[in-house]
Design a protein around this ligand. Structure first.
Ligand code: FE2
Length: 255
């Protein structure tokens, strides 16, 4: 059972994704950042979308909803908590709900923090998660609508996914994230190696996504509040993992 993925750039740094169930051919669009880039991907692949899976209400994730709905008659799925801010929404979902794309099932995980209703779609059988603007490669979303403990709890849910889970995110922010990560975790050899690979990929104009949970657990400072070296670097040996997370987020905000 395979979920085929077509990932492409939209706007300046958003990712667009088509996800197609190989068995039935049913295809979902994950967020809708830009109509023309999505139409090009549909043309290129020949895949015909029947739904949009929305992670959160921000304009750069929903802007093409109505145009795509009109063109393809597709169903728009999104978080119940943000339904009033998602254009054209047909079906609202919450924690524990299942969304089917052909023979593939996505479990809805509520991951508030970046926005108060943000959700992640986890295709457990395919081993793929679409984390929107909750988790990024070497980063996490800015806390526009929630306090740090809320985002920390969301990231902990993602950290509980199998390490081999392949993660697609909403933005190509990895190079800047790597620069920041090295300021709080400069001696992490896995991070240094990854940062070097990222610089090469970006210099070649290539995407740095997808990532995996295992890679993020080893190198993403927002998931590593338990790490004694990061704690020592921050002078925070005797506080909770959540407090370390809050400090890392605060530093990134002003970096
Ligand atoms: Fe966002």
């Amino acid at each position: 059972m395979t979920l085929e993925i077509e990932q492409f750039m939209c706007r300046s740094d958003n990712f667009g994704v088509l996800a197609r169930d190989a068995q039935t051919g049913e295809t979902a669009i994950i967020d809708a950042p830009e109509e023309s880039a999505i139409l090009s991907a549909i043309e290129r692949t020949g895949w015909r979308p029947t739904m949009i899976l929305t992670t959160h209400h921000h304009q750069d994730h929903v802007t093409a909803n109505l145009a795509l709905k009109e063109r393809f008659g597709l169903t728009i799925v999104g978080p119940a908590r943000e339904a009033d801010r998602i254009p054209g929404i047909d079906r609202t979902v919450e924690e524990g709900d299942t969304v089917r794309v052909g023979a593939q099932a996505a479990h809805v995980i509520e991951t508030p923090g970046h926005t108060a209703g943000h959700i992640t779609y986890h295709f457990a059988d395919a081993g793929i998660a679409f984390t929107g603007d909750t988790l990024f490669a070497l980063g996490c979303g800015r806390l526009f609508e929630c306090k740090p403990p809320v985002m920390f709890a969301s990231l902990k849910k993602l950290m509980a996914l199998p390490p081999e889970t392949i993660v697609y995110c909403g933005h190509e922010y990895t190079e800047a994230n790597a620069r920041f990560a090295l300021t709080v975790d400069p001696t992490n050899s896995a991070l240094k190696e990854r940062a070097a690979q990222i610089r090469i990929l970006r210099a070649e104009g290539k995407p740095t996504l997808p990532t995996t949970m295992a890679k993020e657990m080893a190198t993403n400072p927002f998931l590593r509040g338990h790490d004694p070296v990061i704690r020592r670097n921050l002078g925070m040996q005797h506080v909770s993992d959540e407090e370390v997370f809050a400090e890392v987020r605060k530093r990134k905000d002003v970096s």
